[in-house]
Design a protein around this ligand. Structure first.
Ligand code: UT7
Length: 326
């Protein structure tokens, strides 16, 4: 069987830490509310001069080093992000330049917090088709740049960082067993950034109206996220004819610890099979699954042949899952 295997993982997060008590000093919130409702204790925030490509580059170098792959060996770069350095060129092209790869295809994917699963699925299919054989997939966000630090309902949630994987095609049973992707555009305005695109370009008025920040109806998103993530997880298991007991680790999008616990309960997973790092980073959108995957890998929470389920949900709405035999 020709499969796509993850042969290296890497991540990078900003040095600057923003704690719950730091936020309680600027908006009407408390450490207790944030921890109880979301599980977040602190998040990493980019400094002035740091952009998404800063962290994407560091995460990519870490993943390439683990994979023992030189940048010149790569034949494609796919970056998932909703916070590129600038509208164009893409972060993938900035990364292609920083890594000094050959003139390989490089492009960004915008699929909200599910971006990394989307990028992984695209890369997996390119490798399985025979078109590519060494692909770098990165999830990166600097959400702090589009977070409204006057809006307590969102500013406590988001953080910055990047995670990356190096993929290769191999024969054998290990690798990506399946990917499932979904969307429902009718829910777009429950989680969106109104300003900065062609509908509402930047203007003095759009800035004054705070249109360039993320807006979210958290409670509505929460309910749909739980159901969608459960569905995507169960579909991955059914498609591969395995049940929850067979899983070694769940790495779900780190948006809310209560959402992750709900999925774990639905799958019948004990705590030790659920990876959680939301307390340190908050919600890093496209970067959340690959940062968690890299930490789990480096902490030896994932071993050869383990069955790992990846699951994400985000703006769009988009959602999806991937089942991986490590
Ligand atoms: O990554 C993409 C997907 N994103 C998600 O999946 C996020 C999904 N949503 C969530 O994680 C949760 O909805 C939140 C953590 C955002 C909020 O938790 P919640 O239990 O849904 O709270 P809520 O929005 O229903 O708000 C409850 C109360 C409200 O006050 P009243 O109306 O009951 O008086 C809010 O105004 O909490 C208030 N509140 C806050 N209080 C203190 C909202 N934000 C804060 C805050 N500190 N930061």
């Amino acid at each position: 069987m020709h499969r796509t295997r993850i042969i290296g993982t890497g991540s990078s997060t900003p040095q600057k830490v923003l704690s719950n008590s730091d936020l309680a000093a600027i908006v009407d919130t408390s450490d207790d509310w944030i921890v109880t409702r979301s599980g977040i204790k602190e998040r990493r925030i980019a400094s002035n001069g740091e952009a998404s490509s800063t962290f994407a580059y560091r995460a990519a170098l870490n993943a390439l080093e683990m994979a023992e792959v030189a940048p010149q060996e790569l034949d494609m770069i796919v970056v998932a992000t909703i916070t590129p350095d600038m509208p164009t060129p893409s972060v993938a092209c900035l990364l292609q330049n920083k890594l000094k790869t050959r003139s390989i295809p490089a492009f960004d994917i915008s699929a909200g917090c599910t971006g990394f699963i989307y990028a992984l699925a695209v890369a997996d299919n390119c490798i399985k088709s025979g078109a590519n054989n060494k692909v770098l997939v990165v999830g990166v966000e600097t959400l702090s740049k589009i977070t409204d630090y006057q809006d307590r309902s969102t500013c406590v949630l988001f953080g910055d960082g990047s995670g990356a994987v190096v993929l290769t095609g191999e024969t054998g049973d290990r690798g990506i067993l399946s990917t499932h992707l979904y969307s429902d555009g009718s829910c777009g305005k429950l989680l969106y950034q109104p300003g900065g695109g062609s509908q509402c370009p930047a203007s003095h008025e759009s800035v004054d109206n705070r249109e360039h920040y993320l807006k979210m109806d958290g409670n509505k998103v929460f309910k749909i996220a739980v159901k969608s993530l459960e569905d995507a997880a169960l579909t991955a298991l059914q498609y591969n004819d395995v049940d929850g007991d067979a899983l070694d680790l769940l790495i779900s999008h780190q948006a809310n610890s209560r959402i992750i616990q709900a999925i774990a309960k639905r799958l019948g997973l004990p705590q030790e099979k659920v990876f959680m790092n939301i307390q340190k980073y908050g919600n890093t959108s496209s970067a959340s699954v690959p940062i968690a995957m890299d930490e789990a890998n480096r902490q030896k929470r994932i071993k050869k042949n383990d069955l790992v389920l990846l699951d994400a949900f985000g703006a769009g709405f988009t959602w999806g899952s991937a089942l991986v035999r490590w």
